[in-house]
Design a protein around this ligand. Structure first.
Ligand code: GLV
Length: 401
């Protein structure tokens, strides 16, 4: 009998078996030494929770809003590139699992299924993530397509003007679709489930771009596409221009520094996502969870703060909420579910996180996620720079007394 799946790690292990190496590695890697990628998880693990007893734990609720939209728990599916290469039609399946679970799904610009593909199969509005391109006409056409598809928020990624190097993608020669080399054919042949799925779909390359973007020589390679197309001159004025062009709910993703958070808040965006792009961009940057408290103190009263990076459990979600995040985005956690078992795997991932979050919140003495705050965390266990913020807050309190 198969071992029951009880954790996100279980899903990861199955996904690693089922997904061809180049795509599993693409999702599961960080830039250069991967130190920031590892810090995202390690810093979550270091934070300790305060156990409370003999408090009423009946009638609990995880329901909240993210970017002004209802969510059954403070979790959204992050925009992840090449999701449809973890499993055939991956973006459509993940969007379906998210809508059934009552959480937002965000489609990446670098998706395999297009905006139109997802819109055709989704029954609820989803979010669209935009990279700022040199070709403004093309950026505008993506915004227009997202509007036409009824997308309910635009997530503008501001931390990937140029691509951080991920060694594994270079070694694996990662492209979508994969090049038909002997090595790749063998790798796909030993994963018949994945390969049959791919044979049964037409969606095997970057469908937001193919047939839409002009003058790109090698569309199948992420690195050459980003180098040719992404705008290295992106500025806060561009962000404001896109805000006006979109005109709807705007989320700025990729803020890791309080000074940038200030600038982001000035743009009038609805939310920011504290993020280091899952450790895939600046290797050596601080973990997202350690950057969160300073950013919340800087701008939390002016703009909604979300976070991503390293979330692998409901306990992690609770810690982020306790440190002031209105919600978190999960990327790899849901990709593992998708690679392991398609839509059912994403549903499993969301179920695991929901149950962990619910019980952990109760054991910390809370019944409503909206009331959870820093009091559930053991002081002194927050990773720096979060610990610095804590010490500063204590010093300010002491000075005020
Ligand atoms: C962006 O799409 C990435 O690969 O991190």
């Amino acid at each position: 009998m198969a071992r029951p799946v009880t954790t996100i790690e279980d899903l990861r292990v199955i996904a690693k078996r089922r997904v061809p190496k180049m795509f599993y590695d693409y999702a599961d890697s960080g830039a250069w030494t991967e130190s920031t990628y590892r810090a995202n998880q390690a810093d979550f693990a270091a934070i300790k929770l305060r156990q409370r007893v003999a408090v009423d734990m009946r009638d609990r609720t995880l329901a909240t809003t993210i970017a002004g939209q209802p969510a059954s728990m403070p979790v959204a599916l992050a925009p992840t590139g090449l999701t449809g290469m973890q499993h055939a039609d991956g973006e459509i399946l993940a969007a379906r699992a998210a809508e059934k679970a009552g959480v937002p799904f965000c489609l990446s610009t670098m998706s395999i299924c297009s905006i139109e593909d997802v819109a055709e199969h989704a029954t609820k509005p989803f979010w669209f993530q935009l990279y700022v391109m040199r070709d403004r006409e093309f950026s505008s056409s993506l915004i227009a397509r997202a509007k036409a598809a009824g997308c309910s928020a635009l997530v503008l990624t501001v931390d990937l003007q140029i691509l951080g190097q991920r060694h594994k993608d270079i070694v694996n020669g990662m492209t979508a679709p994969p090049k038909l080399t002997v090595k790749n054919i063998l790798d796909m042949a030993i994963r018949p489930r994945w390969s049959l799925g791919m044979l049964g779909t037409q969606r095997r390359t970057f469908r937001n771009l193919v047939g839409h973007a002009k003058g790109v020589s090698n569309l199948s390679s992420l690195s050459s596409w980003t180098a040719e197309q992404f705008d290295p001159a992106l500025s806060w004025d561009d962000v404001k221009r896109i805000r006006d062009e979109w005109g709807g709910t705007l989320i700025l993703k990729g803020i890791l520094d309080p000074e940038d958070a200030e600038k982001a808040a000035e743009t009038g965006a609805d939310s920011i996502v504290v993020s280091n792009h899952g450790g895939r961009q600046l290797d050596g940057a601080v973990s997202s969870i350690s950057a969160l408290p300073d950013i919340v103190s800087a701008v939390g009263n002016r703009i909604e703060v979300l976070m991503d990076g390293g979330v692998r459990s409901g306990q992690d979600v609770l810690k982020a909420v306790a440190l002031g995040a209105k919600g978190v985005m999960i990327g790899r956690a849901f990709l593992y579910g998708l690679g392991a078992d398609g839509e059912a795997g994403v549903t499993k991932c969301l179920d695991i996180i929901r149950k962990e979050l619910d019980v952990t919140m109760a054991l910390c003495g809370h019944r409503d996620i909206r009331n959870v705050g820093r009091e559930i965390l053991v002081p002194g266990t927050l990773p720096s720079p979060a610990r610095h913020a804590e010490h500063r807050a204590e010093a300010a309190l002491a000075a005020a007394e």
